[in-house]
Ligand binder design. Structure first.
Ligand code: SF4
Ligand code: SF4
Length: 343
């Protein structure tokens, strides 16, 4: 099995960056990291995961979808898309790697979002096992194995380097020309590293969330629970939880008049915002309680109901670390997971 020693990482990334743009996690300030394009000398973060997820590569926070210009009394539609270049994202953890499958169910369903599809086709996922999962991680509840992330090439971290496995044809085509930078090692070493990860994950404090109390078909039981009022009481509707979330996929589209043409932009939106569902005829969600309930019902009930039981959360823990009022999906699951007569 291929093994890349830590001291060979720079040479590996340099060679990889010759064939495509390569993005790596970089420490931006203490305790925070973000993806940057790799250039010689870039120090790759050894932190757990980036503050914002890797979904930006496929579903960017803002994008120009189209333009419209009047020419000779006719409206010309301008497609601003350039040919998407091949790129690779390094260091994607198991939770984020799973999130792409969730986003695919939304954006690749009929009618296909061709902007997203184009980036998915050109983007290679170099995933990374977790050696030090955090106490805020709870991916195991959703059947995700932090030791065996999905992706095109899996890096299994043993502390001194990485065992490499190509998981797709695209991953194999990427890895084969880099094999000379690696050495051959017994796969038993990779299995031992994976077991260490699983042992740590098994000791994490949030492994036993009441997942079975949620899922498709639970709308009637959960929608009118009185606890929503108390859970949402302090929510300030800032939307931070949705912006850091790898699976949130709501957006808004608006046209702007530049004076010369109309430009159509798409940008992330949040179901936590008061004007999210505002329409000409009014707003069906008038209170923060209704908006808050929508976010969690979508992830825990509506999404699995429409997607073969798959939850709309991957347990990355980002919302636990970022909500200014310390409210998040774990507290919601614990509170609503209690039977009403247990309270
Ligand atoms: S739950 Fe927290 S992060 Fe999300 S909108 Fe409310 S206050 Fe903001
Ligand atoms: S809801 Fe929170 S824990 Fe779940 S995927 Fe989104 S940010 Fe991560």
């Amino acid at each position: 099995m291929l093994y890349l020693k830590a001291e060979k990482l720079d040479a590996f990334l340099a060679r990889a960056a010759e064939t495509r743009k390569l993005y790596v996690p970089v420490d931006s300030e203490p305790g925070r990291s973000s993806y940057r394009e790799w250039t010689p000398g870039t120090a790759v973060s050894r932190g757990l995961h980036t503050t914002r997820s890797a979904k930006d590569f496929f579903f960017p926070q803002t994008e120009n979808l189209a333009g419209f210009r009047v020419e000779d009394k006719k409206i010309r539609v301008i497609d601003p898309r350039a040919e998407t270049e091949d790129f690779a994202v390094f260091g994607v953890r198991a939770c984020d790697a799973r999130s792409f499958g969730i986003l695919d169910k939304v954006f690749l369903a009929d009618p296909v979002d061709t902007y997203y599809e184009n980036r998915r086709r050109h983007g290679l996922i170099l995933s990374m096992s977790c050696r030090r999962p955090a106490e805020t991680c709870f991916c195991k509840n959703f059947g995700i194995d932090a030791a065996e992330p999905e992706g095109d090439v899996r890096f299994t971290d043993d502390g001194d380097g990485w065992y490499l496995e190509a998981l797709t044809e695209a991953g194999k085509a990427f890895l084969d020309p880099l094999a000379d930078l690696c050495e051959d090692r017994d796969p038993a070493g990779a299995e031992a590293a994976k077991e260490k990860t699983r042992e740590i994950v098994d000791r994490l404090p949030l492994n036993d969330l009441p997942v079975g109390k949620f899922g498709g078909g639970k709308t009637k039981e959960l929608f009118d629970r009185p606890e929503w009022a108390e859970l949402s009481e302090a929510c300030i509707g800032c939307g931070t939880c949705t912006f850091v979330c790898p699976t949130c996929q709501c957006y808004d589209i608006r046209d702007f008049d530049t004076g010369r043409e109309i430009r159509r932009f798409r940008c992330w939106d949040s179901c936590m915002y008061s004007d999210f569902t505002k329409m000409a005829g009014g707003n069906p969600r008038l209170t923060q309680k209704e908006r808050f309930r929508q976010r969690f019902m979508h992830k825990l009930v509506y999404f699995p109901e429409n997607n073969g039981g798959e939850f709309g959360c991957v347990g990355c823990g980002r919302c636990l670390a970022s909500c200014p009022i310390h409210m998040h999906i774990v507290k919601v699951m614990k509170r609503l997971g209690e039977d009403e007569n247990e309270q």
